[in-house]
Design a protein around this ligand. Structure first.
Ligand code: FES
Length: 154
């Protein structure tokens, strides 16, 4: 699927702008600058109007999603079960701090509660849940998500 093919599924009428933007989001995971310009050309409007319409919706991402998303619960129950130590180990392994966005491939996020409090600390990697995470085992969990030759930052 290309941006052009996605757009051709819609008549170039104003009421189809948002469905087209959502289609691009669904197909590519985000709405790039190129997509905005292609929409503007296709619908005969300014890129700023496309951006304005798209930014009205929270679900639209303008940045390419990270390929590895690590989430750690820091809710009350997980916090008393060493969630902070888990986060420290993740930061050490990746060389990235929670919330940093300088590496476009990795995101580390704190979450408030996954509803699995008795199994904490809880960590998710690309949606896969790991329960009762031992901080000493974080490297083993993460290693399979990274390229074999990625250097660990100590
Ligand atoms: S507090 Fe961590 S899953 Fe609920």
């Amino acid at each position: 699927m290309t941006i052009e093919k996605a757009l051709l599924q819609f008549e170039p009428e104003k009421e189809n702008l948002l469905p087209a933007i959502k289609k691009i989001q669904d197909e590519f995971g985000f709405v790039s600058k190129e997509s905005i310009e292609a929409c503007a050309d296709y619908f005969y409007i300014k890129p700023s109007a496309v951006y304005s319409a798209a930014s009205f919706y929270d679900q639209i991402n303008f940045q390419k999603p990270a390929s590895i998303i690590i989430q750690v619960c820091d809710g009350a129950n997980c916090s008393i079960k060493k969630a902070e130590a888990v986060i420290e180990e993740i930061e050490k392994f990746t060389g990235i701090k929670v919330g940093d966005e300088f590496d476009q491939n990795i995101r580390i996020k704190r979450e408030s509660c996954f509803g699995l409090c008795t199994q904490g600390p809880i960590m998710k990697v690309n949606g896969v849940i790991f329960e009762k995470v031992d901080p000493k085992k974080v490297d083993d969990i993460l290693r399979s998500y990274f390229e074999p030759n990625r250097t660990q930052i100590l």
